[in-house]
Design a protein around this ligand. Structure first.
Ligand code: BTN
Length: 226
């Protein structure tokens, strides 16, 4: 596996696209991003001191309906990494890693689809290690909030890559998910309602019970407060 480390880049997810034509898996990391991208068109704060990694993976035969396994794989690798440094991180469905309710890591997946199949995935993982989070301290956390001294960025990056290259199961993902069986608040456009989180289906949708009815929610359409 080719691994590239950049000092500074706009977004590793954008940069790695240049390798799409090569057809080989590659990982690109940066010490800092000037235009880090988050989900739903948001930006992702990416100061020096965090891990910013994108992995380009080509799939031999991955039907679009099974694309969620790309997300579970990334989330398990990130969560395992935090645990291996002694941080009790949990996965908030479907792509955030939380510690004590604050975000330690975010994941942005961009799939390249053709003829009903995922041909390749760009998996972007941003992990707060000892980076400046000023303005975000109510919602974000980093390794250095829990560990003194914190691990080096290089140590976290290497462990994350090692875990990313390991295999895992859907059960591993479910083992790290934090809110199943609990009451959550669902924001669906203008509508906000309380529901009980029941289970996560293998296609990535979340089944909830609200007002005595079962509903299946897609991450693209809703956001959750837990
Ligand atoms: C989110 O929580 O909204 C997702 C954040 C994903 C951030 C990572 S950092 C590496 C990669 N490059 C980007 O521009 N974004 C992802």
């Amino acid at each position: 596996m080719r691994i590239e480390l950049l000092h500074e880049v706009g977004s590793t997810n954008d940069y790695i696209r240049r390798y799409l034509q090569d057809g080989e898996d590659v990982i690109v990391c940066a010490e800092r991003q000037t235009g880090g991208k988050g989900t739903k068109g948001r930006s992702f704060a990416s100061e020096q001191g965090g891990v910013y990694l994108s992995a380009l993976t080509f799939h031999r035969d991955l039907p679009a309906e099974r694309a969620f396994c790309v997300m579970t794989h990334a989330a398990v690798a990130a969560c395992r990494t935090a645990h291996e440094f002694g941080i009790d991180a949990e996965i908030k469905w479907c792509n955030d890693l939380l510690v004590n309710g604050k975000k330690l890591c975010g994941i942005l997946i961009e799939n390249i689809l053709s003829e009903g199949r995922v041909q390749a995935s760009i998996v972007g993982i941003g992990m707060n290690v000892a980076n400046d989070l000023s303005g975000l301290t109510d919602i974000a956390a980093r390794f250095s909030d829990f560990l003194d001294p914190p691990p080096t960025v290089q140590a976290v990056r290497e462990k994350l890559i090692e875990n990313y290259l390991k295999s895992d199961t859907f059960g591993d993902y479910l083992g790290y998910v934090c809110f199943l069986g609990r009451e959550i608040t669902v924001c669906e456009g203008e509508r906000i309602f309380r529901a009980t989180a029941k289970r996560i289906l293998s296609d990535g949708r979340l089944e909830v019970e609200t007002e005595g009815k079962i509903r299946t929610l897609s991450a693209a359409e809703i956001s959750l407060k837990i």
